[in-house]
Design a protein around this ligand. Structure first.
Ligand SMILES: Cc1cc2nc3c(=O)[nH]c(=O)nc-3n(C[C@H](O)[C@H](O)[C@H](O)COP(=O)(O)OP(=O)(O)OC[C@H]3O[C@@H](n4cnc5c(N)ncnc54)[C@H](O)[C@@H]3O)c2cc1C
Ligand code: FES
Length: 266
């Protein structure tokens, strides 16, 4: 883990409320694993040293370019979206455990809801680079206005399917409908599922994985104040029978085998 001050290479709006930020860091890029995250301090526009926010590492390009894909939802992300090329931010990372990669030749199904795409893009990059696994990516968005990064995903060569809730792009419905269809195909080998998105989507994925005895990993985006295991604010209730009553998303996660979480409480 390092703390670095970096100058932004770009910070652009690419969809309704969705921004893509890029900066260069050889150190972070060489150590980052898919599913890990960064605590980002929001630059000189705020003097508050505690105002860091967690973001997944969206991808690494050209060996040293680090990308963050984010939704503007409140004060911190509004400040972030106002930053321009050459503005300075401070980042701590890479933090957290990251995804457990599938075994060679295992099929991977990635399921993303909205900006849940953020860590899955990096996972797809790594899996496609190795070419050891068949990668299927199911993405769901409310409307076509929120659909981003599609050409870049196609360029990676993943098998991509889309849903929108209003049917304005792709198949009308929610992303777990695609998972249902895929998992109802009898005779195909058991895939490993990787999911990131809103808690109800993750809960549905976890239930399907349990029913079909599939390995599945979920990336949680709980509230985080410190990101470093100090404030204990990111606790999630562990499933019955786990060794601990709670897990801390920043230290034990953010990626968990879906069976480790108590989905009734999340
Ligand atoms: C490990 C991790 C990785 C993350 N990766 C990404 C990412 O790649 N891209 C991205 O857009 N976001 C990501 N998030 C969520 C992101 O950190 C929050 O959206 C951000 O901190 C909000 O800051 P804010 O100051 O703009 O909003 P605030 O002013 O703090 O909150 C504004 C509104 O957003 C809600 N909110 C704030 N944080 C969260 C949260 N974590 N989950 C749900 N609702 C929240 C609040 O209830 C409030 O209604 C991640 C979170 C975690 C823990
Ligand atoms: S965010 Fe502070 S302990 Fe996890």
């Amino acid at each position: 883990m390092v703390e670095e001050t970096v100058a932004l290479k770009s910070n652009q709006q690419i969809g309704t409320n969705i921004w893509l930020m890029e900066f260069r860091s050889t150190l972070l890029a060489s150590h980052a694993k898919p599913g890990q995250f960064l605590m980002v301090h929001l630059g000189e526009r705020t003097k508050d040293p505690l105002l860091r926010r967690p973001f997944s590492i969206h991808g690494i390009q050209d060996g040293d370019k680090v990308m963050i894909l984010y939704n503007v939802v409140g004060a911190g992300t509004s400040l972030l979206s106002a930053l321009k090329e050459h503005d300075i931010i401070s980042v701590i990372g890479p933090l957290g455990n990251g995804f457990t990669l599938p075994r060679p030749s295992e099929k991977a199904i990635l399921v993303g809801g909205g900006t849940g795409l953020a860590p899955l893009f990096f996972l797809a990059q790594v899996l496609q680079k190795d070419q050891r696994n068949t990668v299927t990516l199911f993405l769901g968005f409310p409307t076509s206005q929120e659909v981003v990064r599609i050409q870049q995903l196609k360029d990676l060569g993943v098998n991509l399917s889309l849903t929108t809730e209003d049917g304005s792009l792709g198949i009308k419905g929610v992303v777990t409908d695609l998972l249902d269809q895929r998992l109802s195909n009898k005779g195909t080998t058991k895939p490993v599922i990787y999911a990131c998105g809103p808690p109800p989507m993750l809960k549905t994925v976890a239930q399907k994985a349990t029913t079909l005895s599939l390995r599945s990993y979920v990336s949680l985006e709980g509230y985080m104040a410190c990101g470093l295991g100090i404030c204990l604010g990111c606790a999630v209730k562990a499933a019955h029978g786990e060794t601990k009553p709670y897990y801390y998303v920043c230290q034990d996660g953010p990626v968990f085998p879906s069976g480790m979480i108590d989905w009734e409480v999340l």
